[in-house]
Structures are given as structure tokens and as C-alpha cells.
Design a binder for this molecule. Structure first.
Ligand code: 4AD
Ligand code: MG
Length: 445
């Protein structure tokens, strides 16, 4: 079977007569020439109508087509260094056009629109070149995640979405009616991953997770995708070594496969090229010292206020942002206070006020993209933690069982897909990284 023409592969068709099946993105008249920007889902290219060649009737008809009209354009591909597009450097000399529908009054015009308007029209906004580029990067990141794990001995085992109990705190649970009972949408698949590793060694789950985040931030969605690898016989150091390999692979693969999209997004790729192992590692204690020093050195009263922090406090986004400015790669922060982390993290030997947790903070102010830890391996220590957090003990019996029958040191982490996409694409708000984002203020479209 010969592969049909797509704009993405236009370079292979120079000199050939092709048909673009797509939509009109933009139309610019210039004397006897009409420049149409066409998109077909795989790319954006320029098609040129020359009045003396196509004739007055076709020329006039094309000149009056509305944005997002659907059409089939036939013509010959030629190289042209100055032609814009993704990929750029090519254009099509128009010979014939068949219009499927002339779209009138498309609401998203090239002029500036407010974000709320664009979000209300998300079903249309997805067609805009930047949104299109972000989604293409997203699918490549998803593929890189799966490829890395599949090629490194992980088994993809699914975990339930409907769960009886909390794993990541009780304040952001989405409750659902489950027959006569209450249940919750999964915040994480981790607890089930821990059961799965005792059967399969190294596993991962990858799917949507849910958190009723009650604050509006640039970093939180109510529904987001998380990939969660979990490994038996891995301690905290093994975990960090895996994470830096994993994240570097994702970034380098995306650079290799999505150069034109990143260019369209004006992403500074030099910063991304630098993302290779090893990543710097600092303790929470050191992070606090650094934050105190940054705070002491600044003259900006707002920043001084935002950076106020004592040992024992969790980081807010200003802390993460200022801390990561000191590094040109993602940075590991390990050994957070036990009190600010989830119940299941292994205590630091000799320092029970600290746990064997590690977060990975992305550079350029993007903040936490990974949360992970070594897990408690002693059943009594775990039971005490469950009681301390006032969790319903009966629901966690199976989880304690994992420590009663062949307990081993084990670790895992969760990487948030949308935050990773935001960082790699260099966009400042997470809502653009999801095709149809769910947030505190938005359930539609
Ligand atoms: O740090 P978190 O809460 O860790 C866990 O859920 C662990 N059970 C993971 C594990 O060890 N298997 O979340 C992990 C990551 C965060 O670093 C962030 O990237 C993302 O998930 N994340 C969110 N992304 C978007 N919106 C939200 N509301 C998010 N909450 C967490
Ligand atoms: Mg976290």
C-alpha cells in the first residue's frame, strides 16, 4: 500500500501532485496571489493560488472562504525556503479545489481572545496551531514514557479507578456513590502497584487520577494523568537513579521527535538539551537553608513574604520556583518532614521526623513533576502510621498484608503527565496541556 499524502510528510512529495484534505486556517490575498494556510491534522502548510493560472472564478471563491472551511486542495508541491508552516519550507501550487463546507463566522479569529473565551470554545481552540503543537508533544511524551518502561523490564498492570479509601490525604477526594456504599475516584494507583510488585517485580500503571483540588493554581487539575512505576528491592538511591534516566529519556526523545512543534511554541530547547543524568540531589534540610539565604538576600518585599518558611513546612510554589532557579537541570529534594507527606513513606533511619521521600522539581520555575518514596516495609510501623493518620484500619488490612508475607524494601514514584508537558512545552498554565481540562471552575465542554 502506498502511504497517502499528509502535510507532515510533505518533504517526501516535492515535485508531485498531491491532494490535501483539510481545513482553511488563514487566507492572505496579495495582488494576483492568494496564500492559503491549510491544516490537515498532521501539519500546516501554505497553498498558493495564482489568479492567471486558476482563473477568476476559483480565485474569487477561494478569496471569500471562511476560516475553518473544509476543503480538498490539489496541486504540486514545491520547496520554498521562505514558506511558513509546520514543517516549513514547502508550498503547494493550487490547481483544483473542492470545498466540502464553507464555514461562516468561526469564533476564534487570529485576534487576541481572553482565556475564558478560549476555554469555553476548547472544542474549537484545539485546532489552533499552539494547542495542536502541545497535544502532539503530549502524545510523544506518553509514548516515550511507555517505551522507556516497557524496555526496562516493567510490566504495565492496571489499577482500579473506583477505590474504597484514600492514599494521598482525605481533603481532595472525589466521592462517588457505589451501590449502597461510598467510594472515591483514585488519587493514585500506588497502593495496588505495591501489591502488584510482590507478584511481578517491577510494574507501572498509567492513567487518569482525580483530585478535588479546591484552589485555583497554574499547576493543578482535578483530573490528570499520572504514570506510576513501582519496584521491589529498590531503595531511595535506586529510585533517584531510575527517575533521572527516565526523565532524561522523555525529554531527549521529545526533542528528537517534536522539533517543529517545539519551535512553533517558541520553546528554548537549549535548556532541555541539558536534561541528562546525573541530576543534582539536595536534602530538605539543605533546601530550607538555601531558601533562608535567598530570602535574606532579596530586597523585594513580596518575595520576602512569599518565601517565609520554617523547618517542617511544606514548600509552596514560590519556594520551588526560587529553589529551582539555582539549578539548570531538574533537582531532587529528598528527606521531607514526615508530617507533610503521605502515611506510607519509610522513616529515615535514626530520624523519624524525616521520611525517605523524594520530589523531583523541574527547572525554569515549573516545580514538582514527580513525587516518590521508599515505602514502609514493617507491618507494625505501617499500622502505627495508619492509626496516626486516623485512616479506617479495616480498609488497609490487605495493604498491611503485603508487609506480612514476604516484605521487601521497595520504592516508586508518580510523574504528572500534564505538568511534564507544561514544562517541556514551556507554557505557563497547566490547563492548556489537557485536551479538555477539568478544574475547580470548569467541567465543560
Ligand atoms: O506527589 P503526588 O501526590 O504523589 C503520589 O500520588 C504518589 N502516590 C505517587 C507514587 O509514588 N506512586 O503526585 C505525583 C505527581 C506530582 O508530582 C505532580 O506531577 C502530579 O502527580 N500531580 C498533579 N498534576 C496535576 N494536577 C494535580 N492536581 C496534581 N496532583 C499531583
Ligand atoms: Mg507531591
Amino acid at each position: 500500500m502506498t502511504t497517502p499524502f499528509t502535510i507532515e510528510r510533505i518533504a517526501d512529495f516535492v515535485g508531485q501532485r498531491v491532494t490535501v484534505k483539510g481545513w482553511l486556517y488563514q487566507s492572505t490575498p496579495k495582488g494576483k496571489l492568494l496564500f492559503l494556510r491549510l491544516r490537515d491534522g498532521t501539519g500546516i502548510t501554505q497553498a498558493v493560488a495564482y489568479r492567471p493560472e486558476v482563473g477568476d472564478e476559483l480565485f474569487e471563491m477561494l478569496a471569500h472562504l471562511g476560516q475553518e472551511s473544509s476543503l480538498m486542495v490539489t496541486g504540486t508541491v514545491r520547496a520554498n525556503d521562505r514558506a511558513p508552516g509546520t514543517p516549513k519550507g514547502f508550498e503547494i501550487g493550487i490547481e483544483e479545489v473542492e470545498v466540502l463546507q464553507n464555514a461562516v463566522d468561526y469564533p476564534i479569529t487570529p485576534k487576541e481572545h481572553g482565556v475564558e473565551f478560549l476555554m469555553d470554545n476548547r472544542h474549537l481552540w484545539l485546532r489552533s496551531s499552539q494547542q495542536w503543537a502541545i497535544m502532539r508533544v503530549r502524545t510523544t511524551i506518553k509514548r516515550a514514557i511507555v517505551d522507556f518502561l516497557d524496555n526496562n523490564g516493567f510490566l504495565n498492570i492496571d489499577t482500579p479507578i473506583i477505590t474504597p479509601s484514600a492514599a494521598e490525604g482525605t481533603s481532595n477526594l472525589f466521592e462517588v456513590q457505589y451501590f449502597e456504599d461510598k467510594a472515591y475516584l483514585a488519587q493514585t494507583g500506588q497502593l495496588y502497584n505495591e501489591a502488584n510488585i510482590m507478584a511481578f517485580g517491577k510494574v507501572y500503571c498509567f492513567g487518569p487520577t482525580f483530585r478535588a483540588e479546591k484552589s485555583k493554581t497554574r499547576r493543578h487539575l482535578a483530573e490528570f494523568w499520572m504514570v506510576e512505576p513501582e519496584m521491589a528491592f529498590h531503595d531511595l538511591d535506586d529510585l533517584m537513579a531510575l527517575e533521572e534516566q527516565f526523565v532524561s529519556y522523555i525529554v531527549q526523545t521529545t526533542l528528537e521527535k517534536r522539533g517543529p512543534e517545539l519551535e512553533l511554541l517558541n520553546r528554548d530547547v537549549a535548556a532541555l538539551r541539558n536534561v541528562t543524568p546525573p541530576f543534582p540531589r539536595i536534602s530538605y534540610d539543605e533546601a530550607i537553608e538555601r531558601l533562608h539565604a535567598i530570602r535574606a538576600a532579596t530586597d523585594d518585599p513580596k518575595l520576602k513574604d512569599d518565601l517565609a518558611i520554617e523547618w517542617g513546612d511544606d514548600f509552596g510554589s514560590p519556594h520551588e520556583t526560587e529553589l529551582t532557579k539555582q539549578f539548570d537541570k531538574p533537582v531532587f529534594v529528598h528527606g521531607y518532614p514526615t508530617a507533610v507527606k503521605a502515611f506510607y513513606m519509610e522513616p529515615w533511619p535514626g530520624r523519624p521526623e524525616v521520611c525517605k521521600s523524594v520530589d523531583l522539581l523541574a527547572p525554569e520555575g515549573y516545580g514538582e513533576i514527580i513525587g516518590g518514596s521508599e515505602r514502609m516495609s514493617d507491618p507494625d510501623v505501617l499500622l502505627a502510621a495508619i492509626r496516626r493518620h486516623e485512616l479506617p484500619e479495616a480498609n488497609y488490612q490487605w495493604y498491611i498484608d503485603l508487609r506480612r508475607f514476604g516484605s521487601v524494601p521497595h520504592s516508586g514514584f508518580g510523574l504528572g503527565l500534564e505538568r511534564t508537558v507544561a514544562w517541556i512545552c514551556g507554557i505557563d498554565h497547566i490547563r492548556q496541556t489537557s485536551p479538555f481540562p477539568r478544574t475547580l471552575s470548569r467541567l465543560t465542554p
